[in-house]
Design a protein around this ligand. Structure first.
Ligand SMILES: N[C@@H](CCC(=O)N[C@@H](CS)C(=O)NCC(=O)O)C(=O)O
Length: 200
């Protein structure tokens, strides 16, 4: 069975839990604790994930780190219809484009705002809020006139962008100016087999 190194409050690990639920794939969760503000990991864990972060996925003798890589792998392996990771070149490229936003402005803005405002980590909340606004402006530009980030239905891009947008309030980011984003959050929550996390 798949093993996911995980923590309940991690939005990056939640991306993987959400896709596994949507694909109805069983897995075992292995919780990773925190010590002195960092993941409490040992050399065996660092052999699986040299960054020492979560999530990490173990599939038999293979392992993968980084939520984007794990989402792509799971969608390619467990969704034979390839709706979640499109095969059509343009839809694949568009999906990758939004995955890039998830790892840049969404992470630098919404993830960072939550780390500072909700988790009490040091940092510049105003700078994080400026990046969060940049992420939300780009998302609103798409979602004001489209149901999903990629034409044709939900993909791993929606799964990757969703957690930290849905957790925006924990970073003291108001979604009121972004009605298209709010409708999309509700649409993701209405997907069959959707699961939440604390705060979502
Ligand atoms: N780009 C990575 C980021 C992963 C990440 O930042 N994980 C956080 C939890 S959400 C973590 O492990 N932080 C603790 C640490 O770095 O020690 C991904 O998408 O998986």
């Amino acid at each position: 069975m798949l093993k996911l190194y995980d923590r309940e409050g991690s939005g990056n690990a939640y991306k993987v839990r959400l896709l596994l639920a949507l694909l109805d794939v069983p897995y075992e969760r292995i919780p990773v604790g925190i010590r002195d503000g960092r993941n409490d990991v040992d050399a065996a864990y660092l052999a699986l994930n040299p960054r020492g972060q979560i999530p990490t996925l173990v599939d038999g003798d293979d392992h993968l780190w980084g939520s984007t890589a794990i989402l792509a792998f799971l969608a390619a392996r467990h969704d034979p219809a390839r709706t979640w990771l499109p095969q059509d070149p343009l839809r694949l490229g568009k999906t990758m484009q939004w995955l890039e936003l998830a790892q840049n402005e969404v992470a630098d803005g919404l993830f960072r705002s939550r780390m500072i405002a909700h988790m009490g980590r040091p940092g510049d909340l105003d700078a994080a809020h400026a990046q969060a606004a940049a992420a939300l402006r780009v998302l609103e530009g798409r979602l004001a006139q489209a149901d999903w980030l990629t034409d044709g239905g939900p993909t791993v891009a929606d799964v990757a962008c969703f957690p930290y947008v849905a957790l925006a309030h924990q970073g003291r980011v108001d979604l009121a100016p972004y009605p298209g984003v709010q409708r999309w959050v509700a649409r993701v929550k209405a997907l069959p087999r959707f699961v939440g996390m604390p705060g979502v």
